[in-house]
Design a protein around this ligand. Structure first.
Ligand code: GDP
Length: 189
């Protein structure tokens, strides 16, 4: 059974003008390309293929808005991190995320980080940006099934912010991530 029985895809937006009405609460989920973000969304929402992502290179990168419950949204941002990518592409990514900054509904960011790589420059930039606009960040260290127990413990000891181990494949930390999301969205409280 789905944890969000009425979850539905709302819109893919290329600019603020297309965003849904700024009412209720919303959480953005972000991460480097290939960090495991789509898998995390599908595991947390428990609906396969809910996370529509356009991974075709060269296609316009969009923000995907999902409604998980009335006036409670999850925003899937395009992956970032190919520093050697075209300058225009990086600028358009920055413009997209900047467009979220003034949203009254925004409650926080779930940051998906490949546990085998740890926080990279782009992740730290994102955390700095979130801090600059006063948004909390919760880190999902994804693919944690690839770490030994000791490696997982070490990662958590050095985790700079609110963080947890997560594995979409094994189901590790899915409940914890969902609880975090629900708290931000005001679901089930
Ligand atoms: P995205 O680009 O951030 O949306 O990442 P995806 O969800 O498409 O995953 C990228 C790659 O990581 C794929 O090859 C997935 O199979 C793999 N992956 C995602 N989640 C996990 C996980 O929990 N464990 C492992 N071992 N691999 C994962």
């Amino acid at each position: 059974m789905s944890n969000y029985p009425n979850a539905r895809f709302l819109i893919s937006a290329a600019a603020a003008a297309q965003f849904p009405r700024d009412v209720g609460a919303e959480v953005a989920i972000v991460g480097r390309s290939n960090a495991g973000k789509s898998s995390a969304i599908n595991a947390i929402v428990s609906r396969r293929h809910l996370a529509r992502t356009s991974k075709t290179p060269g296609r316009t990168r969009l923000l995907n808005f999902f409604e998980l419950a009335p006036e409670a949204r999850l925003i899937d941002l395009p992956g970032y991190g190919y520093a050697q990518g075209p300058r225009e592409e990086r600028a358009s990514w920055a413009a997209l995320i900047e467009a979220l900054a003034p949203r009254e509904s925004l409650r926080g960011l779930l940051l998906v980080v490949d546990a085998r790589r740890g926080l990279m420059a782009g992740d730290r930039q994102l955390m700095d940006w979130a801090a600059s606009i006063g948004q909390p960040v919760h880190v999902l260290y994804s693919k944690s099934d690839q770490l030994s127990r000791a490696e997982g413990q070490r990662l958590m000891q050095n985790a700079p912010v609110s963080a947890q181990l997560f594995s979409a494949h094994k189901g590790t930390g899915v409940e914890e991530a969902r609880a975090h999301l629900n708290q931000w969205l005001g679901i089930g409280s």
